[in-house]
Write a protein that binds this ligand. Structure first.
Ligand code: UDP
Ligand code: LCN
Length: 793
């Protein structure tokens, strides 16, 4: 595409000039892709020669942003996923040329900065990655592990002797307490290993199939084998034969399967500092939403899978998982003031709470917004590390970070202990706020993005692997930039210019999607499992006197319900939905609206954004006279009630709407879909990938509320005359979740990845030293300095 654009620019220099001049005439010096496209359409309207499929139109349609002055025009064209081309056009010489990201960023800074200088700190991770393998196809993005396995097995083939030595030394590092696993000192060379494998397999073949490791233990130990190969005779033979095959002819699938069978994961530490993190009464509080649901479901699935694996490996070890979060002494009605809390439904999972402290060591009692936690994290991490090692009596085998703060803490702990680190973003704030990097100074007082984005860069680059819930989270789609991709290059004027922050072609990225708890969120047709005991409560919530914290009544309870539930953040746009509904005459006649979120009392909220949304919602209820058509519940629903509520609304042939301006993933979307509720969800973020438009739900554009309301209205209209249509969408939603979003699949994948990236870490330890040192500087000299600017309590 860019080749055509460049040759077009050469052939029609006047048109190019006129278009860019048209942009210059707006008087703006920053233009977004959408503004460039709107500008192009206005420009083309008066010109017959300009068609929407010309190379120029194509380039502008793919443009991301432009920066311009009277003399220069800089534009980024993104021809496809993760490909960025920077152009400079000179109004004087009328020439177009490609330029580096650094030049583009420097120009942008010159428009904003108070004292533009070339002596700004440039952050660039590219030089450190020169010798590391990178993928080059966009379809490989998010499937790094497969690429790594292929890379490894071909390296093994090329340099068999070194590869074999590596495998041998890797086998000898495993163990638990004083018990070694896999091999003992009887085997010290590859030759000996090969011989032992043949002998071991011969011996096992001659034994009866119903015997177990304990029956063979003494004989196998003499041959050089220690526990970990398997429990059953066939299981042990299988592991041995996989290794024998690898030593003979390396193959990526065999490598993956073999590594996943080695006992490496007994304990996991999961970091999620901000919160309220608890098991009840916390959802919907500011900053506490899907991340908590995700982690509580994740640990259950992981424990189950870890147990299964350890059992099959022939070991008698109870796996442990610790969730480390912040202790909040003033915890209202939650348990967040308790230092320790076992997780229900598990045997070895505990929530450990560690306080935030002031410089003098005293504990901070109240909740702190996730945007202001930065100064407390270093001390928190030190205390968290001590708590982890104390509780487990050993190091964790994997440290998982959640969200920017958890990932920074995970970095500090994993570095200190030398263990594998996994990053999970849940949501990266950078793409949520327009110009969040460029105008960081204006937003600093409220959001402190200088800390957050620096922390993100450190965590992304230090972690051994990153898991994302969708492809778009990493690399977006043809026309939307991915959340990680947006960290590729950017500038924060007068602070730092990021030349290469993260590369989405790095094989550390893997898509591992979460699920919805299948015991809670199941189809409404599954009558036998339904929580009928909740129906009275639900009827009261919807139609009765639902306590104090509600507003509005559904005067006609027989109409279908349009339902939405989220935290009452600006970005969730629940107020937008209320407005669309209220302003659409037909829709408000066809259906009732149910909103579950926040509180209806402004004075109950300690969060500025939430308070502003509460005010706005009341204004809308008044202005649009919603009180007889809509109900707003300021109650936090527990899981069982919310699960049954989705189904209750499905019984009445209603729909679920997720109206957010941006949603990183969207657990409510898969919850509603699992229950069989036709779902309309934002096209910005995860839901674009979760839903197949028209098959398993619908994409909506929150910037065009009138169209959303019209779409909802015609859907309900069609369903009232053709009930099969509602059923078709409901079936589509259930099938989609079953096929892609389950916790069982998640746990298997995450554990396999841990084994493979553990091996990768082991084999590249030395080469990573430079990056580690670079990151330490970034942390000490940049991050800590910025964190110190936040006013502390
Ligand atoms: N949730 C809930 N009760 C509430 C509000 C939210 O149970 O009053 C749950 C909801 O079911 C979902 C989670 O909170 O599991 C929200 O996750 P999502 O990914 O949709 O958004 P987030 O809050 O993480 O941005
Ligand atoms: C945070 C979000 O904003 C949601 O989009 C996700 O679904 C949730 O975390 C769980 O990952």
């Amino acid at each position: 595409m860019h080749v055509q654009f460049e040759s077009y620019a050469k052939r029609y220099p006047e048109t190019l000039y006129e278009l860019f001049d048209h942009y210059r005439a707006t008087g703006k010096n920053l233009l977004l892709g959408s503004e460039l496209w709107d500008g192009y359409q206005a420009f083309a309207a008066g010109r017959q020669t300009q068609t929407e499929d010309s190379p120029l139109a194509d380039a502008i349609r793919k443009s991301q942003e432009a920066s311009l002055s009277d003399t220069d025009f800089y534009v980024i064209i993104r021809p496809g996923v993760a490909r960025w081309i920077y152009y400079h056009y000179s109004f004087d010489s009328k020439t177009l040329s490609t330029v580096s990201a650094a030049e583009f960023l420097a120009f942008k800074e010159s428009l904003i900065s108070e004292s533009p200088s070339d002596r700004i700190l440039e952050i660039d991770f590219a030089p450190f990655e020169r010798d590391f393998p990178k993928m080059n196809q966009t379809r490989s993005i998010g499937n790094g592990v497969e690429f790594l396995n292929r890379h490894f097995s071909s390296r093994l083939t090329r340099d068999l002797a070194r590869g074999e030595e590596l495998l041998l030394s890797f086998l000898s590092v495993h163990g638990y307490d004083s018990q070694p696993f896999m091999i003992n000192s009887t085997i010290s060379t590859v030759k000996e290993l090969r011989r032992a494998l043949v002998k071991g397999m011969d011996y096992l073949e001659s034994q009866s199939a119903d015997q177990q490791w304990s029956d063979f233990e003494n004989t196998l130990r003499l041959m050089g084998f220690e526990p970990g190969w398997g429990r059953s005779r066939d299981g042990i033979i299988k592991t041995m034969s996989l290794l024998a095959d690898l030593l003979e002819a390396p193959d990526h699938q065999v490598l993956e399967t073999f590594l996943a069978r080695i006992p490496m994961i007994f304990n996991i530490a999961i970091l999620s500092p901000h919160g309220y993190f608890g098991q009840a009464g916390v959802l919907g509080l500011p900053d506490t939403g899907g991340q908590v649901v995700y982690i509580l479901d994740q640990v259950k699935a992981l424990e189950k899978e870890m147990k299964k694996r350890l059992f099959n490996q022939g070991l008698e070890i109870q796996p442990r998982i610790l969730i480390i979060t912040r202790l909040i002494p003033e915890a209202n009605d939650t348990t967040c003031n308790q230092p320790e809390e076992p997780v229900e439904g598990t045997e070895g999972v505990t929530i450990i709470r560690v306080p935030f402290r002031r410089k003098d060591g005293s504990v901070i009692n109240h909740w702190i917004s996730r945007f202001e936690v930065w100064p407390y994290l270093e001390h928190f991490s030190i205390e968290a590390e001590q708590a982890i090692v104390e509780r487990l009596g050993r190091q964790p085998d994997l440290v998982i970070g959640n969200y920017s703060d958890g990932n920074l803490a995970a970095y500090l702990i994993a570095q200190s202990l030398g263990v594998t680190q996994c990053t999970i973003a849940h949501a990266l704030e950078k793409t949520k706020y327009l110009y969040s990097a460029l105008y960081w100074k204006d937003m600093e007082q409220q959001y402190h993005f200088s800390c957050q984005f620096t922390a993100d860069l450190i965590a992304m680059n230090s972690s051994d692997f990153i898991i994302s819930s969708t492809y778009q989270e990493i690399a977006g789609s043809d026309d939307v930039v991915g959340q990680y991709e947006s960290y590729g290059s950017f500038t924060m004027p007068d602070l730092q210019r990021v030349i290469q922050g993260v590369d989405v072609f790095d094989p550390k990225f893997n898509i591992v999607s979460p699920g919805a708890d299948a015991d809670i969120y199941f189809p409404f047709t599954d009558q036998a499992r339904r929580f009928v005991d909740r129906h009275d409560q639900i009827r009261t919530l919807l139609f009765g006197e639902a306590g104090e914290n509600y507003r509005g009544t559904m005067q006609d309870p027989n109409k279908p319900i349009i339902f939405s539930m989220a935290r009452l953040d600006h970005i969730k746009n629940l107020t937008g939905l209320a407005r669309w509904f209220g302003e659409h005459e037909t829709l408000r006649k066809q259906a009732n609206l149910l909103i579950v979120g926040g509180s209806i009392f402004e004075e109950h909220s300690g969060d500025n954004e939430e308070r502003q949304q509460i005010r706005l919602m009341h204004e809308l209820f008044e202005g649009l006279e919603l009180d007889g058509h809509a109900r707003w519940l300021g109650t936090r629903l527990d899981k069982e009630t919310s699960g049954e509520l989705y189904r209750f609304i499905a019984d009445k042939k209603g729909v679920f709407v997720q109206p957010a301006f941006f949603e990183a993933f969207g657990l409510t979307v898969i919850e509603a879909m699992s229950c069989g509720l036709p779902t309309f969800a934002t096209r910005y973020g995860g839901p674009l990938e979760i839903i197949k438009n028209g098959v398993s739900g619908f994409h909506i554009d929150p910037n065009h509320g009138d169209r959303v309301a019209a779409g909802l209205s015609s859907f309900l209209q069609r369903c009232s005359s053709d009930p099969d249509y509602w059923q078709q969408l409901s079936d589509g939603a259930i099938a989609r979740v079953e096929e892609r979003y389950t916790w069982r699949r998640y746990a298997k994948r995450l554990l396999s990845l841990t084994c493979i990236y553990g091996f990768w870490k082991f084999s590249t330890k030395l080469e990573r030293q430079e990056t580690r040192r670079y990151m330490e500087m970034l942390y000490q000299l940049q991050f800590k300095h910025r964190a110190a600017t936040i006013e502390q309590y």
